[in-house]
Design a protein around this ligand. Sequence first.
Ligand code: ADP
Ligand code: ZN
Length: 215
Amino acid sequence: MRLILIGPPGVGKGTQSALLTARLGVIQLSSGEIFRKEIELGTDLGRMAKRYIDHGELVPNGVTIEMMAKQLRADDVQKHGFVLDGFPRTVKQAEALDEIMFEMGIQLDKVVSLEVAEDIVLERLTRRMGCTRCGEIYHSKDKPPHREGLCDKCDSPLFVRSDDQPETIRERLRVFHEKTAPVIEYYARTGSLQRVDASEGPEETYAQICGTYAK
Ligand code: ADP
Ligand code: ZN
């Protein structure tokens, strides 16, 4: 299984790819997570990416494509399939991905566009916290941790992403409309696009992605 999740920040790409990984065994390739790892490790790539990420801007296509191409060529990804979350985010990246997959002789099974009203996205992002260790995502109202500031699963401290500040959130949404909405059109033209309403809970969204949703 090889699929792509596209959608605005806060729509739940991270949550859905974690579910897909846990239940279908595909490898999660989240460009945002990979950048945050690089930043944590203090690599050159991380330092460079941080300048863009903290302003809500996209990291330049060249380095992003190179980084993701390397991930896609990994043995376990070839073996188990993947769910791409956060990549491609520009039409250039989508074209590059087509080329990489063509070279590898593989094809996409599905491109999912997760769609939700903007006020819901804002609400989700401004209340979002993540676990520093296992990546579990919490929400101060809808899914608060049992003990304040600590992960239910692994007891590690929770953190608010540096780009989850109101100013940066607005910029990320603007960038989504300008640069990433055309990627959805790109896949709509090739016919592999599936639009999913992501305004309900994680399980409802997941069922729609898997085509087992009954309302
Ligand atoms: P979200 O979807 O909630 O905005 P991500 O974790 O996917 O969060 O991405 C965080 C940031 O990382 C983005 O705002 C951007 O700066 C950078 N980034 C992630 N993926 C890409 C990409 N494919 N191309 C360029 N920049 C990216
Ligand atoms: Zn945890």
